[in-house]
Each structure stands twice: as structure tokens, then as C-alpha cells.
Write a new protein. Sequence first.
Length: 218
Amino acid sequence: MFLPQSRPSASAPVLVRPTARRAAVAGALVLPVALLALQIGAGSAARARTQGTAPDAHAPTVGAEAVAGAAVREGRAPLEATISEGQVKEVAPGGVLTYPSVTSCLTVTVRLRGGGLVGAHASLFQVPGELRSDEILPALKARAGGRPVAAVEVRGAVGAWHPSYFTKAIESYGDMDPVPVPTGQDVEGIARAVADGLGVPRPLVTVQDVPDGDQIVR
């Protein structure tokens, strides 16, 4: 993905739209074309490092989410989880979440009042088999399952994200439709979008732009 802050993406941009659409979006974000090769290479390495984490990644169906929720209620949530792009997972109280290779992405961590963590790794472009940016908050909300929330922490490439990406993914635009492009770090807009998507009060949500790399949340 081409980003306003020259951040190489952690994964190869994968669009269901033609290459022309990706080129149009990339041009709008005003970054050198040469970054595409670096982006593809970084994405391949990231997927190689996180291979095997897809199971239990997110809740693609109601049945799968019900099973996950039952496991949590019975105290079987793990103490450690790695959340790759387009995935949602949780850990038990005292556990640790790891978000690998956060470059063009945003991570959203829900801190439950009971002490557990539920996290989502939102990517600008959909990774095959994983959630799109406009699917990530509903899946995160479902995984939290209505449990009381103490705080929500959004971290990552804030300047690369338009708040609307949480409600309409880049892939969902037609070839001739203009895609909203971020013009800066819209901290308040992102915070409101996340609060609305999760159904939590806006004051519970904090947003922070952080350097590229892995994020570890305890």
C-alpha cells in the first residue's frame, strides 16, 4: 500500500478490484511507485513469519463466534496470542497480545473490565481469507460479546487511515468511484469511528500513531 508517511506495508496489497483501481488509489496517496516492490517483499516475509496463526483468527460465522465465546466463558482463553492482519483474537486476564509487522495497519485493543484483552489487526487492503477493514470492528464487537469495556486502544499508522475505511473498505469502491484519502492524522475521526463501530462511549477510545514494527500489548 502506498502511504502518506512513506510506511512500507506489512503485506502485499490484495484487492478484488482490477489493477487499475489499485493504481488510482496509490496515485491519490502520493507515494513513489518504487515502494510497491518493497511492500510486496515485506508482505511475503510477514505472512511467512505468521503462518499458522489463521485458525481462531476471527469470527467468519455466527457458529464459530458462539464456540469461541463458550470457550472464553469456560476460562479457556489463552495467555498469549499473535494477531496478524485481518484477524481478531483474545487472551485471558494477565495475557499478552502480539501484533506483528504493523506498518500501514491499525490495531484495536479492547481492555475488558474483567482483565482480558480482545484485539483486532485492521489492514488497509484485505489479506486473502481474512477480514476487510469494514468487517474488523463488527467482528471485534462480537468477540467481546457485550462484556464491560474498560478502554479501547487504537495504535498504528494513523496518518494512513481515513475513518471511513472502518465502514467502507477500499475494495468495495467501484472502478470509477473516488476513494477517500487521508490528509493527515485524523485522531478524532478515527476515535469516533471505532467508538461507533464497537458501541462504546467515545471517551473510552484513545488513538496513537506509533513507529513501524511489532506491537506487544499486556
